[in-house]
Design a protein around this ligand. Structure first.
Ligand code: MV4
Length: 494
């Protein structure tokens, strides 16, 4: 494999190219008209424009990606996450075109792309699953009977769903029919497939996922868990590895289950098996994601592996160079997704230019980003600006580093989730590891960041007052630094 085309943009395109370059592999970027000056285009050895800004005319057009491979002589495609990464038809097209997809087989993608067929595959092994229906609901009355058996509240889910779309909680039997109709129509319009099924609703779950790697020789290992419970409306904001709640015993059980789920579809490549964990620490398999995930860096930090390199080696047909017992967790890692969103205004996307953009540095800090100062965040794509990852010998040190890194991160011109990240890091429930997927709605509101503003304003007022009384203290470097910090943070927090 001498040349890889990266069918993606932004931070993940850069992140993939960096690993390819370290392996001596040439890289090809594809880009839309909105990304002409993007960093992944500058970084790649070659770059090809594949169409207008909207992704359905560029990054989502499989044939344009294939053509770009032919033109440049790229032999393999890394799809990153999102876009075509879990598209089984694209995976087939790649194969038929004589190219290599750095990812799983189209068959595995297809099975895991549907929650019902995923659960059916996993049923071959003894994988714990939330009680519910094993098939799509076709008859409302029959489904109601099953719902009563399972016990309310129940959750109606779209089989083709993802990201919580088409999900409906039903509290009582009398609401069932109406909620089901809503779920079916939501699923039909979102996925073109109205199949829904039911599960008992786990009311305070933690979201735990296991990273797996499978090679083409039938070896599959897991790389432990990531916890992604801190999310808002199904969008993850903070992830960590390992989870603060798992015991060694549960970790091993979940890991073994994840390997079995992967084995049920002869999984090849990097994948993630998603579970929920209830208050009794019982876990249940939900679904499998057949791509490299946004939050993969926390796993890299605690295992010392480079997941993109592993993916490339697997695609080259190499055997995994380690066994399960060789893998060990070292330290703790956190990731904060820095979104161009305003946490004080219901996390509405914020567009504009990165007037100031300066990233934190130093021990235990990693920033995966795709922007530079002066660049505009395009409105066409995901609003994620960067991933801020910190590593420490333990969770406490990773948290302290995250707070320090957030304070060092200087972004103006666009509102971001940085201050929100600091709010979480300083929250008692987070620090103690006592949280579930409802953390944000339970503890955060638009005023949560306000007192931070007030503290800063109070300090500024104090310094101003002091300086009026005693002009000489203004000479002090500390005071000057305090004021400059205050100015910087004012902009940051406003
Ligand atoms: C659940 C659940 C409770 N009970 N299933 C949401 C996205 C999808 N991947 C699975 N999801 C859930 N499935 C049962 N039976 C709660 C959620 C859920 C959730 C899961 C993980 C992370 C965040 C979440 C936020 C809301 C609901």
């Amino acid at each position: 494999m001498n040349k890889i085309l990266v069918a993606n943009r932004g931070e993940i395109a850069l992140r993939i190219m960096r690993s390819a370059r370290e392996m001596g592999i040439k890289t090809v970027a594809v880009y839309s008209e909105a990304d002409r000056e993007a960093l992944h285009v500058l970084y790649a050895d070659e770059a090809i424009c594949i169409g207008p800004a909207p992704s359905n005319q560029s990054y989502l057009v499989g044939q344009k990606i294939i053509d770009a491979c032919k033109v440049t002589g790229a032999e393999a495609i890394h799809p990153g996450y999102g876009f075509l990464s879990e598209n089984a038809s694209f995976a087939r097209l790649v194969k038929e075109s004589g190219l290599t997809l750095i990812g799983p087989t189209p068959e595995a993608m297809e099975i895991m792309g549907n929650k019902l067929s995923a659960k059916a595959a996993a049923l071959k092994y003894n994988i714990p699953m939330v009680p519910g229906t094993e098939e799509a609901i076709t008859d409302v009355e029959e489904a109601k009977i099953r719902a009563v058996e399972v016990g309310f509240p129940i959750l109606i889910k779209a089989a083709a769903g993802g990201g919580g779309k088409g999900m409906r909680v039903v509290e009582q039997a009398s609401d069932f029919e109406e909620q089901m109709q809503l779920a079916v129509s939501e699923a039909t319009s979102a996925f073109g497939d109205g199949s829904v099924f039911i599960e008992r609703y786990v009311s305070s779950p933690r979201h735990i996922e296991i990273q797996v790697l499978g090679d083409t020789h039938g070896n599959i290992v897991h790389l432990f868990e990531r916890e992604c419970s801190i999310q808002r409306r199904h969008q993850k904001v903070i992830e960590e590895a390992p989870s603060s709640i798992l015991t060694q015993e549960i970790r091993e059980k979940m890991g073994a289950c994840a390997v079995d789920v992967a084995r049920s579809v002869n999984y090849v490549g990097a994948g993630t098996v998603e579970f929920i964990l209830d208050e009794n620490l019982d876990f249940f398999f939900l679904e499998m994601n057949t791509r490299l995930q946004v939050e993969h860096p926390v796993t890299e930090m605690i295992t010392g592996l480079d997941l993109v390199k592993e993916q490339i080696k697997i695609a080259r047909g190499e055997k995994l160079s380690y066994k399960q017992e060789d893998l060990k967790i070292n330290g703790h890692a956190l990731e904060l997704r820095v979104y161009a969103e305003d946490p004080e205004n219901n996390f509405l996307p914020d567009i504009g230019i990165l007037q100031t953009y300066s990233t934190p540095k130093g021990n235990g800090v990693r920033v995966d980003d795709g922007f530079k100062q002066g660049m505009e965040i395009p409105i066409y794509y995901d609003p994620m600006i960067a991933k801020l990852i910190t590593y420490g010998k333990d969770r406490e040190e990773a948290i302290e580093r995250m707070i320090r890194a957030i304070d060092e991160y200087d972004i103006t011109g666009i509102k971001t989730t940085l201050a929100f990240g600091k709010f979480v890091m300083q929250h008692g429930a987070f620090k103690e590891g006592k949280f579930d997927t409802h953390f944000v709605s339970k503890y955060f509101n638009a005023d949560s960041l306000k007192h931070e503003d007030e503290d800063e304003a109070l300090m500024a007022a104090l310094i101003a007052a002091l300086s009026l009384k005693k002009p000489e203290v203004m000479q002090s470097q500390n005071q000057t630094a305090a004021i400059s910090n205050w100015r910087k943070n004012r902009v940051k927090f406003n």
